[in-house]
Design a binder for this molecule. Structure first.
Ligand SMILES: Nc1nc2c(c(=O)[nH]1)N[C@H]1C(S)=C(S)[C@@H](COP(=O)(O)O)O[C@H]1N2
Ligand SMILES: [Mo]
Length: 412
């Protein structure tokens, strides 16, 4: 199933050039003179640093083709992550020159009562609008700690953010189309292009079980923190499905399919976004059929203040704070330790405005004597799941690392 790809085919040449222009953040002057079999050399050899359009220069770039960038823990200290600091995980090349007035979202599929197409204005006017604070975390966040190492973007702790998303409930739109009783899954398609430039290939097309799609916090959003969604985060329209790996939250959204079976789009099958159904030994080979699709993300927390390496005087108290999140109903407890996990003390914890918002924790710490310490934090959720101190279950693709976050402190 392809979305608008045929109409795109004839624009592919100009799109390749304009995508490249978008990547480097400047026009390709005389671009129309470049013979069509010659892609720009700066695209091929990766020598031109990308311009992270709309993003802070403080972000850490992991890969520039496709663009992937994460946010250091201390830069995630705001209650809601500013648009210019929200991580970017792209599987392909974002669409260039988005025409927001003519953007459409089509809903169809074997379990849809009908096929229906909406403009963004239709979505804004036909359905009730909502703003929810929702956390998105890449399933591969924390991958860099896996041993044996897992291939893929070597995320440290920064492929996570929480923003105020404005849009409509996915359920309201699905109900407007009509969902047949045999519906099992939804799948999304976006307007980004496969890295090969082949318009018949999707960079990614994932989805979620129909029950998840129908949750009150599953949104189709056009606004992030009161502004347009940044180009790299899915402008002008995206799914935001808190609690599930962020790979389910399709960006540059143009089509949703209502399926009578588990969606089988790009990166739904094989080993992508799957973990062994049962725990395995590190490095063990696992058959594809023994790999299960990741659904709810685990409980996790991040210390966002102070920055690791902070120094204080012994007479002073250290105020620490951070965020904790889960795919369960809520976070029930966050604790910290300054003695490498021997003793744990409870942090103050704020309630969320809505489910899947991250929750703020804070504590005031006194240290017994001068020296080197680590502050460790661990969260517990309403399903009684607690973060492990060290790397949890190894898996071949390096997903779901929710080990405790640690920061170093020198007390002088
Ligand atoms: N169309 C499209 N949607 C996508 C992706 C993509 O490459 N293309 N990446 C997915 C993955 S793997 C993640 S983790 C999130 C990242 O969202 P962000 O870049 O806004 O942080 O978007 C998801 N949605
Ligand atoms: Mo991801």
């Amino acid at each position: 199933m392809k979305s608008n790809k045929n109409s795109r085919r004839k624009f592919i040449r100009s799109t390749a050039l304009s995508s490249f222009a978008a990547l480097i953040g400047m026009p390709v002057v005389f671009g129309s003179n470049l013979p069509k079999e010659l892609p720009p050399i700066g695209l091929l050899d990766g020598t031109l640093p990308p311009d992270l359009i709309g993003k802070s220069k403080l972000m850490t770039v992991l890969n520039d083709r496709p663009i992937n960038a994460e946010t250091a823990a201390h830069l995630l200290d705001d209650d809601l992550t500013p648009n210019n600091l929200f991580f970017v995980r792209n599987n392909g090349i974002p669409p260039a020159d988005v025409d927001v007035k003519n953007w459409t979202l089509t809903i169809e599929g074997e379990s849809a009562q009908q096929k229906k197409t909406y403009s963004i204005n239709d979505l804004k006017t036909k359905f009730q609008q909502h703003t929810l604070n929702l956390t998105l975390e890449c399933g591969g966040n924390g991958r860099s700690e896996f041993n044996p190492p897992a291939k893929g973007n070597q995320w440290s702790t920064g492929a996570v953010g929480c923003a105020a998303w404005t849009g409509v409930k996915l359920a309201d739109v699905l109900k407007d189309v009509g969902v047949k009783s045999n519906a099992v899954y939804i799948g999304y398609y976006g307007e980004d292009t496969h890295l090969s430039g082949d318009p018949t290939k999707d960079p990614i097309s994932r989805g979620v079980p129909i029950a998840k799609a129908m949750e009150a916090e599953s949104m189709i959003a056009w606004s992030m923190n009161g502004n347009d969604i940044p180009v790299l985060n899915g402008y002008p329209l995206r799914l935001v499905l808190g609690g599930f790996p962020a790979s389910c939250s399709g960006k540059w959204l143009s089509k949703i399919v209502i399926r009578d079976k588990v969606h089988d789009g790009q990166k739904m099958t094989g080993t992508a976004y799957r973990v062994p159904c049962k725990p395995v030994a590190p490095g063990e080979k696992i058959k594809d059929e023994d790999m299960c699709i990741i659904e709810g993300m685990p409980v996790k927390s991040l210390i966002t203040f102070p920055k690791t390496g902070a120094m204080i005087k012994k007479a002073e108290k250290l105020g620490i704070r951070g965020h904790a999140w889960t795919s369960a109903e809520k976070i029930t407890k966050v604790e910290y330790s300054i003695d490498f996990g021997e003793n744990w003390l409870t942090c103050d914890l704020k309630e969320a405005k809505n489910r899947y918002e991250w929750q703020r924790f804070e504590a005031q710490i006194s240290f017994p004597q001068i020296g080197y310490y680590e502050v460790w934090a661990r969260a517990t959720d309403s399903d009684n799941r607690r973060q492990p101190i060290i790397l949890p279950g190894w898996n071949p693709k390096g997903y779901l690392n929710n080990a405790s976050h640690r920061i170093a402190i020198k007390v002088l």
